[in-house]
Design a protein around this ligand. Structure first.
Ligand SMILES: [Cu+2]
Length: 152
């Protein structure tokens, strides 16, 4: 009996997951860029996320066809020593914005599937706690870049 019930249960769960994998209408990405580092070091992904909804949105993870592994990180320098930690999620307040920027929250882009060149636009998919996703184009910039465009 249990053996019969299990496939139906799994199908139900998968079906429900699929139904929720919708585009995140209320979240908008701006100024998205990647800082490339030499010698296969992980690249940093930065973006400003704006939430137009009346409820907070929770960023859970990110993925990209260009990278084998993407993590949500936060840089800190509490004791004068720069370090970074993995974070489980990032809240974007209702009608608020959160900036992923150098020195703070960022996406750690690891295991490039092929070398990413400056000037290239890389698609990164952001996954939210409600099951919705947002695809954003991140402009790859050289290691000395400080923002999404020259002088920025
Ligand atoms: Cu990092």
């Amino acid at each position: 009996m249990i053996r019969r019930a299990l496939p139906a249960l799994l199908a139900g769960l998968l079906g429900a997951g699929g139904a929720h994998a919708a585009q995140a209408d209320h979240v908008h990405a701006g100024g998205a860029w990647i800082r490339l580092l030499p010698a296969g070091l992980p690249a940093g992904g930065y973006v400003v996320l704006r939430n137009d909804a009346d409820r907070p949105v929770v960023l859970r993870e990110a993925s990209s066809p260009a990278y084998g592994h993407v993590m949500l990180h936060r840089s800190t320098s509490e004791t004068g020593m720069a370090r970074m930690n993995a974070v489980a999620s990032l809240d974007i307040p209702a009608h608020g914005t959160v900036a992923l920027a150098p020195g703070g929250y960022h996406l750690m882009l690891m295991e490039a599937t092929q070398p990413v060149q400056a000037g290239q636009t890389v698609t990164i998919r952001l996954h939210f706690a409600d099951g919705s996703t947002l695809d954003a184009g991140f402009l790859a910039r050289p290691a000395n870049a400080t923002g999404p465009a020259d002088g920025g």
